[in-house]
Design a protein around this ligand. Structure first.
Ligand code: GLV
Ligand code: MN
Ligand code: MN
Length: 425
């Protein structure tokens, strides 16, 4: 790759490892939950590195961090890159962080090369891509798309367990205010079409497709989007020995029926991208000799095809009706997110493909099964994504791994893409 300097594997490794030190579960993977001590320290580290790299740093009302490299013509709409630094519980050190550290390195090598570029290029840390604290993902990018208002921020609450000051639940609104943000102004950060020229996110694949193909680069065509549902089943808590089978209203057995059928719905969907996961189940009272009186569980449904998610929702509704009638339990359903899949911009996709071809880098064009902040950026800007391989496809786990050489390659491609976009006038 000529002109622009090559990304430094050493610097990328050093920065990723340094960021990985901000961790509330040392020895048990990396946990950096939104606005906890570890995450705030991680934010401070990133802002400091941005300043050291000569970027102009700014934070908006929901905590999105922007590091800007000025172009020749700052009146033109900017080009964006970036990802997230918050994590799921006991995670690895690459999910999201690769797009932030790689994005900073891309801007650094563009700057160091001394080549002129027209548009400003910004690297962004989007606030809380993970739903770990407030149960909803992509908070920062969602707000930039105008889909998270101050009212929503009041409604979103945590469990209280992430607060260092007290154990009571806090709303996102209150946490932002405590940190000095004016949460009432969240709606003002909304961007409109035309405000951003183009956005490119570097991310780890989080699946094993690239590894199986023996390829180092993925070019994303579509981001599969989540629909998140909370189910509450109320049966009757009774004695496990004294209650005959025909008289029971067992909330867990009803849940089991729903869970297995949901799996069948996803298996029989046409698109391979359609998946359903029940990852969190709470059984009350949770005793061996008591019939469960209440069960709460979550459904995480994803698809690159919105119609398939709608179809599963429809099937779920009729299943809920029949299971509650037959088992005489009360089932309530709350849809907490119902996001639309996002197609990458064909122009940015072909730009990335051309850069790969010119540099003889084999790539795979692919659907992203995981969601990303780019899904919301797509509401107001054309976007593209570059994937680098995940060893054994493991992610959201402490064994998550991506080779630093691969991250550097992705960073080189990112830098070239950003540079070309920034010179489109
Ligand atoms: C994001 O981390 C996701 O769950 O896809
Ligand atoms: Mn993740
Ligand atoms: Mn991620």
């Amino acid at each position: 790759m000529n002109q622009i300097r090559q990304a430094s594997i050493k610097r990328i490794k050093k920065d990723l490892e340094a960021l990985g030190k901000y961790n509330s579960t040392p020895g048990q993977g990396i946990t950096r939950v939104l606005f906890t001590e570890a995450e705030l320290q991680g934010r401070a580290f990133i802002k400091e590195r941005m300043r050291e790299n000569g970027l102009e740093v700014r934070e908006d009302e929901i905590g999105n961090i922007f590091g800007r490299l000025s172009g020749e013509n700052s009146d033109l709409s900017p080009v964006w890159t970036g990802s997230h630094i918050d994590t799921v519980l006991n995670a690895g050190m690459f999910d999201g962080t690769v797009g932030v550290i790689g994005g900073m390195e891309a801007l650094r090598i563009i700057g160091e090369s001394g080549l002129k570029h027209q548009r400003d290029i910004a690297v962004i840390v989007y606030t809380s891509e993970e739903p770990t604290r407030f149960g909803l993902g992509c908070l920062g990018s969602r707000a930039l798309a105008g889909e998270l208002t101050a009212e929503d921020a009041r409604r979103l609450t945590d469990s209280g367990s992430f607060s260092s000051t007290d154990e009571r639940e806090s709303s996102l609104y209150d946490v932002l205010e405590r940190l000095g943000h004016d949460a009432s102004q969240i709606s003002n950060i909304k961007r409109n079409p035309g405000d951003v020229h183009g956005a490119v996110e570097l991310h780890i694949e989080q699946g094993a497709v690239l590894e199986h193909l023996g390829m180092k680069i993925g070019v994303v065509s579509t981001i599969s989007a989540p629909t998140d549902i909370k189910i509450k089943i109320q049966g009757t808590q009774e004695h496990a020995g004294a209650t005959p089978m025909h008289l029971r209203k067992d909330a867990l057995s009803a849940a089991a029926e729903l869970i297995l059928q949901l799996e069948n719905f996803a298996r029989s969907a046409e698109s391979k991208s359609t998946v359903v996961t029940v990852g969190k189940v709470a059984v009350f009272p949770g005793a061996t000799n008591v019939i469960p009186g209440e069960v709460n569980f979550t459904i995480d449904m994803r698809s690159a095809v919105m119609a398939e998610k709608k179809e599963i929702l429809r099937k779920l509704d009729s299943l809920v009706e029949s299971v509650s009638a037959i088992r005489r339990v009360k089932i309530t359903k709350e849809i907490t997110a119902h996001d639309a899949p996002a197609d990458a911009d064909p122009h940015i996709v072909s730009l990335i493909e051309n850069i790969c071809q010119e540099n003889k880098v084999a790539y795979n064009k692919m659907v992203s099964g995981a969601y990303h902040d780019s899904m919301f950026i797509s509401k107001f800007a054309p976007f593209g994504m570059i994937f680098v391989p995940s060893r054994k496809g493991i992610s959201h786990h402490m064994d998550e791994w991506t080779d630093f050489e691969d991250i550097a390659l992705g960073t080189d491609l990112l830098a070239h893409t950003l540079f070309q976009l920034s010179n489109e006038v």
